[in-house]
Design a protein around this ligand. Sequence first.
Ligand code: FAD
Length: 614
Amino acid sequence: MGLLSGRKTVYVDSDVLVIGGGMAGCGATYEARYWGRDLNIVCVEKANIERSGAVAQGLYAINCYMGMQWNENQPEDHVRYARNDLMGLVREDLGYDIARHVDSSVHKFEEWGLPIMRDPETGQYQREGKWQIMIHGESYKPIVAEAARKAATKVYNRIMVTHLLMDKTKANRVAGAVGFNVRTGDFHVFRAPAVIVAAGGASHIYKPRAVGEGMGRTWYAPWSSASAYALPILAGAKMTQMENRIVLTRFKDGYGPVGAYFLHLKTYTENAYGNEYESNWYENTKELVGDYIDRHPVPTCLRNHALLEELKAGRGPIRMVTKEAFQDPHKETIGWENFLGMTIGQAVVWASQNIDPKHTNPELTTSEPYVMGSHATCSGAWASGPEDYAPSEYQWGYNRMMTVDGLFGAGDTIGGTAHKFSSGSFAEGRIAAKAAVNYVKDLGKERPQVSEAEYQNLKKVVFQPMENYEVGRNEIVAGTVSPSYLLPLHGLQRLEKIMDEYVGGISSHYTTNEPLLTRGLELLQMLKEDLNHLGAEDLHQLQRSWELQHRVLASESVTHHTMFRKETRWPGYYYRGDHMKLDDKDWHCFTLSRYDRESGEWAMEKAPVYHIVD
Ligand SMILES: Cc1cc2nc3c(=O)[nH]c(=O)nc-3n(C[C@H](O)[C@H](O)[C@H](O)COP(=O)(O)OP(=O)(O)OC[C@H]3O[C@@H](n4cnc5c(N)ncnc54)[C@H](O)[C@@H]3O)c2cc1C
């Protein structure tokens, strides 16, 4: 116990605890102060909110803006759009709730100093597409973080939250969270009646295309480590649509975004022989998904599907035709600026590979799968909906409260609501915070009680990998392979290999089936047993250890959900080889799971999809 005896424990009491200071967390912190003037609002973040989360490096477009002030779109239009893109399955109540509030958040960003481009003729925001507006967004995150910093009672940076705490006086009620400072190693016990999880999505659960030294080059941020899912899962919250993982078509090797290219520059794709190919796969796709292929716009997954089939037919690579658009100096500038504001790496890749898009059409690729709830897919926690709009079956408590009392979520954390992006995640954080403040006020003087035995035990569990290393390293004279502990990197590579080969990653063209999933679950179980022997050399590796633990739990959830849904709902995101067709009769529903941490068992069920908007 040498490592523990010297470890300081810091106790932090608050009324509202926000875990993760990304887009949703900053929105939640900001709004909690508005409704809870006298409340103690704490935001805890594993990095530094100034530059943390998926928006760390900046963005070039805000992808969710209705434009209601100019009558461009109405919230109902956005619900129809998201429903269509997700092949019919979205939580329309939650999506509508975000859409009706998102514009005001964008106006706040502008007020706080975010430069939004304007159409010189109309004076309106410059549209990139129907839902996207263009920004000079390198400093998007610091601007948003400043608002949260000013609103919070205190922001705790550099603290990795590892577990939620439960109330000892009432079952199924949250009471706070624990974590450790990744710089000092202090253990932190956060006590709070309301907890908002806003910890982002999950990369690196599947083997990435870029491996070895390049493994940090993923599309989704490498530091998005599935805490948003693992924390609620461990607390017994129900999850939804975890099988709905995302695969992105992006520029090869740098994962540079294609949205501005398709929408604003009007570039298009072709196969290796210069031919259009999407129409070749129309009949094939119709056979699999029926009329969904005739929808407008064509759902994102189905466009992936055509590209993948063309590659499998041996007519790759697929290229983006940029040579025409780049003859226009305005479009050429936009094309480059698009990367400089958010994915500089793509410009560097092109420079290093002698690709000037004015003269060479660059290759596209499909990414490894990621888990997220805010982009074009909707994995995440099952949340109660807005009182004035949600069907009664979707309402069991406060807006955005999960199936655990006092536990709220926003952004990538919440399932069923795709296409919220950065602005919608911020808006959802605000929605969750308003509800969380109401929850705290309604509790009055009653406060959940934290069990000292629980957090003392967690303190031991959290630092165990350092203990394992301290003891086990004596058995090694050289190198990194130990007979008694597993390094987090080795555990991560093992996880990625299992998910890749058994749960539909890149090496199997995203295809899996029941026997593969069954074996995948067995291998995940063995990996979980070995995680008790993780070894962490220092605090950095300790953080990696807990990120791995979170990723493994989220992966297990993805695998169970993929097994449960016996159809291929989203060809292009993944395929069930044993159920290749979309089956609206049996599967026009949400999938829900609940993990029992005592038994390690997962219970699966279906929930109805209500179509509220015509
Ligand atoms: C490559 C890429 C491009 C994108 N492009 C666009 C775009 O052009 N336009 C647009 O509008 N949106 C875009 N998005 C989407 C947008 O970035 C996300 O929708 C948004 O960031 C989600 O917000 P969030 O708060 O859920 O997650 P994040 O913003 O990622 O925030 C999560 C936060 O939680 C912290 N955290 C995680 N785990 C823990 C833990 N255990 N303890 C403490 N803190 C923790 C993280 O450090 C992070 O700060 C893009 C996303 C990606 C990945």
